[in-house]
Design a binder for this molecule. Structure first.
Ligand SMILES: [Zn+2]
Length: 305
């Protein structure tokens, strides 16, 4: 690290190494396909290292990085920076505390961005404290000046933004924080999808519970992230030992073919193999909660999580 005008920056060597490492992690986690995504990191008040256009973030070498100033001029490197670096430069311009920016197309978060649903439900304490809510910037033509303009209003108050019909952008006080926020954003979106769209039920944190978390956030010195919506009353204040017995209403499993309990006739008809019949008998003896658990287990297995 080097100190310039009282601020600490990575050296050129450290920044390039870190960008290659984050690129590999981004690719391995499935946040980017083919040559998608870009990463940048400040190495001085007016200079950054960033990824060039047209390379997979999973297999980068140092010659695929370029050093440029915050006005967009390449200083070191023979390759062309990504056209999406304009977004990064705009974040640095709007928020001088930002030292690194990551951009990717993580599939669940990008699906929310396509659906126009921002990530702003209070369901996970970590998401409230560390990441905060994630708004969606309006759609802008790729590579155009409209893209940086669309994210500008969010760069100070939030830690990341979804880009309508495109992907996600996060930033932080160092490159690991920017990447961890990208990971947290995709994780948060995944949990919202599982609970909201697969289980069909979310116990949102109450406004009092959210206020307590915002207090913790403030004490940790985190000043950005916005405030999520919250439930008027707490719905998570009782131990649940048998969900099926305490809830008569059926759970809706959106997009999931429900398991059907076989009738006695089906079991004794003689059709199917013995093992299938055995499974049917087992299914017939399962409670609703066990069947729901089984469906969720199969869906998660399908999604390879
Ligand atoms: Zn993109």
């Amino acid at each position: 690290m080097v100190t310039i005008k009282g601020k600490q920056y990575m050296t050129d060597f450290e920044a390039k190494k870190a960008i290659l490492d984050i690129g590999r992690r981004m690719y391995q986690k499935g946040f980017v396909a083919a040559n998608d995504g870009n990463i940048s990191c400040k190495v001085g008040p007016d200079t950054i290292w960033t990824t060039c256009t047209g390379v997979s973030k999973g297999f980068m070498t140092q010659d695929m990085l370029v050093k440029m100033n915050v006005n967009g001029k390449v200083i070191v490197g023979s390759r062309k920076p990504s056209s999406e670096v304009k977004m990064h430069l705009r974040v640095y311009e709007e928020n001088p505390d930002v030292m690194a920016v990551t951009h990717a197309h993580p599939p669940v978060a990008t699906s929310f961005a396509i659906a126009g649903i921002s990530l702003d439900k209070a369901v996970l304490p970590e998401a409230v404290v560390q990441l905060g809510t994630v708004p969606i910037a309006r759609y802008a033509k790729p590579g155009s000046q409209e893209v940086p303009d669309s994210i500008a209003p969010f760069c100070k108050e939030y830690n990341g933004v979804l880009l309508a019909n495109h992907g996600a952008l996060t930033w932080g006080g160092d490159i690991m924080e920017a990447f961890y926020r990208l990971e947290s954003l995709e994780y948060y979106a995944t949990i919202l999808m599982y609970t909201g769209n697969i289980l069909g039920k979310q116990n949102e944190l109450s406004c009092k519970q959210v206020d307590d978390l915002l207090d913790i956030r403030q004490k940790l010195g985190i000043t950005s992230g916005g405030a999520p919506s919250c439930a008027l009353n707490a719905t998570n204040q009782q131990d649940v030992v048998n969900y099926a017995a305490s809830n008569s209403a059926d759970i809706t499993l959106n997009g999931v073919t429900p398991l059907v309990r076989p009738s006695k006739d089906d079991i004794s008809c003689g059709c199917g193999s013995i093992s299938e019949k055995k499974l049917d008998v087992e299914a017939a003896n399962k409670s609703k909660a066990e069947i729901v658990d089984e469906v969720v287990r199969r869906v998660v297995a399908q999604l390879n999580v």
